[in-house]
Design a protein around this ligand. Structure first.
Ligand SMILES: CC(C)(COP(=O)(O)OP(=O)(O)OC[C@H]1O[C@@H](n2cnc3c(N)ncnc32)[C@H](O)[C@@H]1OP(=O)(O)O)[C@@H](O)C(=O)NCCC(=O)NCCS
Length: 160
């Protein structure tokens, strides 16, 4: 049964602690990537109502530094469903509750593949974009899939 994008919308919050940071007190990129993966998985699970594995993460730019004591907010939703895979978008913000500021830290597109308990791939219900922004993301996801597929094909040929 098709489901609206809003069914998958998820939000995750993390307070940056010293163990998340480098010796200069800046959030480690790898820690942020882990949180992005988790936030993406939440949206994928909510939409597919199934187990889902991370098949790919598109490139991530870190736009502004995040420091110990900052609050990191990750928002995710399913952009588009193909057959067994779905593209999820994750947008990351940093909030400084002392300065009362919020900045865009990073955005990422991840591909999850739905699987059953035996790790067999399974089809995912279509997603219905309802707002202009969701429709734009849906269209963009189709273009990104074509780019990913041609890049995978190029890599496959290069291996031969
Ligand atoms: C992801 C995985 C299930 C794909 O299985 P596969 O047998 O290679 O599947 P296929 O090549 O037939 O592709 C299946 C779907 O995944 C998509 N897919 C596979 N690799 C992909 C990639 N690198 N990027 C984007 N999509 C990908 C395909 O486009 C296809 O989508 P569709 O069904 O919606 O058309 C499999 O490679 C796997 O289990 N990988 C490990 C996942 C994992 O453990 N992740 C955690 C990180 S270690």
């Amino acid at each position: 049964m098709p489901r609206p994008v809003s069914d998958s919308q998820s939000e995750m919050a993390e307070l940056v602690l010293p163990n998340d940071a480098n010796p200069l007190g800046a959030l480690l990129g790898g820690r942020l990537m882990h949180w992005i993966d988790l936030a993406g998985a939440m949206a994928a699970h909510r939409h597919a109502r199934s187990y889902a594995v991370t098949a790919a993460v598109d490139h991530i730019d870190f736009l502004v530094p995040v420091r110990v004591g900052d609050l990191v907010i990750l928002r995710s939703s399913v952009n588009r469903v193909f057959q067994t895979s779905m593209e999820v978008g994750v947008k990351v913000f940093v909030e400084n509750y002392i300065a009362d500021t919020s900045e865009h830290v990073a955005s990422a597109h991840l591909t999850f593949v739905a699987v059953d308990a035996n790790r067999n791939r399974k089809r995912v219900a279509p997603v219905i974009p309802e707002t202009d922004e969701q429709r734009r993301r849906y269209d963009d996801a189709g273009r990104r899939r074509e780019i990913r597929r041609s890049e995978m094909e190029r890599r496959r040929k290069a291996k031969r």
